[in-house]
Design a protein around this ligand. Structure first.
Ligand SMILES: Nc1nc2c(ncn2[C@@H]2O[C@H](COP(=O)(O)OP(=O)(O)O)[C@@H](O)[C@H]2O)c(=O)[nH]1
Ligand SMILES: [Mg+2]
Length: 359
């Protein structure tokens, strides 16, 4: 399961956002909590398409895809020596990050730097990640140099590809470019995974607009840093989210918001992570799955069950949206909108797969 950590300066509203997303009730405090322990929750990725598929297939059970969110303590305020090792390691285990940037004034919860400036805070967080990655890259380069000195030429040749990659990373980091903005080749990927780099991981930036949900904001700098971007009034959304569904509407109307952003955040996070959704549906269960973008039919099959991948014959593919519109599988079939695809078919967002297999 994918896991994202919520990062930000103290008092930016991380815990408030975490509560709004997860429907939890963690204490929010106008002073930083000086503990390193993190708190996590698993959240279903609500999807109306799955609800409709369950109705069409009369499935007994419905299972949304899920994602884990981790609430962390304040970042961006470290001294020159950078992130503590424990924290860095914990962050390195995440699949991606959410930065919460504060864009609200509050006398009772002062900004730790005494002024509201989301872009400055963004640079602070990025700076923390860039510095951490610089240290990671330097340490690895030093180790390679000593290994080459120790083991001589043969091992040296093996290591030189890695060294070239590291030197490229070092150059990017020095010029302040987060590694997520670079593209890497397939043969670089195995190295990159082992390093524990932070600025290479997908990023979703959430601007906490306080009590002004329609505050107009534009931050081209953030998109240029390779991040996805959204905004929401965290405290307000948390309050509304705690109400029973039928009582939420008047409040949404009052503030001129159509839908809570917090409820869309799991799916926004998944698209930031470059994951797509595919479905399986039968009488027993209708289920949504999350697959890396570009994943093939046989990779999707392997997620469902290893037998399906091993004995894969073909996939019958329908676009869930077309099926829902047609109303039944029979009607979709009659319209000729059901495709037969092989192992290498690249699964598309919203595909419903029925996998024929033989083991
Ligand atoms: N007015 C206002 N206050 C907020 C908002 N979000 C958080 N706060 C306040 O800021 C303080 C810190 O919030 P918290 O979620 O604990 O921030 P964290 O330190 O980033 O986890 C609390 O007093 C919150 O009530 C918001 O959207 N509007
Ligand atoms: Mg907090």
């Amino acid at each position: 399961m994918m896991q994202l950590a919520i990062i930000g300066l103290p008092n930016s509203g991380k815990t408030t956002l975490f509560n709004a997303i997860c429907g939890s009730d963690r204490p929010v405090t106008p002073y930083p909590i000086l503990e390193i322990a993190h708190h996590s929750a698993v959240v279903p990725i609500l999807d109306e398409r799955l609800d409709a598929l369950q109705a069409i297939f009369q499935s007994q059970k419905k299972t949304y895809a899920r994602v884990t969110f981790v609430d962390t303590n304040g970042l961006g305020m470290s001294e020159a020596e950078g992130l503590p090792g424990v924290l860095r390691n914990r962050l390195a285990n995440q699949d991606g990050f959410i930065y919460v940037l504060r864009s609200f004034e509050s006398a009772s919860a002062p900004h730790p730097l005494s002024s509201v400036d989301p872009l400055r805070d963004f640079s602070l967080l990025e700076g923390e990640f860039l510095l951490s990655d610089q240290l990671t890259v330097e340490t690895r380069l030093e180790r390679i140099a000593s290994e080459i000195a120790l083991k001589g030429r043969r091992r040296g040749e093996e290591l030189s590809a890695e060294r070239m990659l590291l030197e490229r990373l070092a150059l990017m980091l020095e010029s302040g470019r987060p590694l997520r903005t670079a593209s890497f080749s397939e043969k670089d990927r195995p190295f990159l995974h082992g390093f524990g780099l932070l600025s290479i991981k997908p990023l979703l930036v959430v601007i906490n607009v306080g009590d002004d949900p329609l505050q107009p904001l534009a931050f081209p700098e953030i998109s240029q840093a390779g991040a996805a971007l959204t905004q929401l009034p965290a405290a307000l959304e948390w309050e509304i989210a705690q109400l029973p569904k039928e009582e939420q509407n008047p409040f949404l109307c009052e503030y001129g918001i159509r839908e809570l952003v917090a409820t869309q955040l799991p799916s926004l996070a998944m698209s930031a992570l470059e994951r797509i959704t595919f479905f399986t549906a039968a009488e027993t269960e209708a289920r949504a799955w999350s697959l890396p973008r570009g994943g093939s039919a046989v990779e999707a099959a392997a997620m469902v069950h290893s037998d399906l991948a091993r004995g894969f014959i073909r996939a019958e593919v329908m676009a869930a949206a077309e099926l829902i519109q047609a109303g039944s599988e029979a009607q979709l079939r009659a319209a000729g909108n059901l495709r037969l695809e092989g192992k290498n078919y690249v699964v598309q967002e919203g595909d419903l797969l029925q996998i024929r297999f033989n083991v």
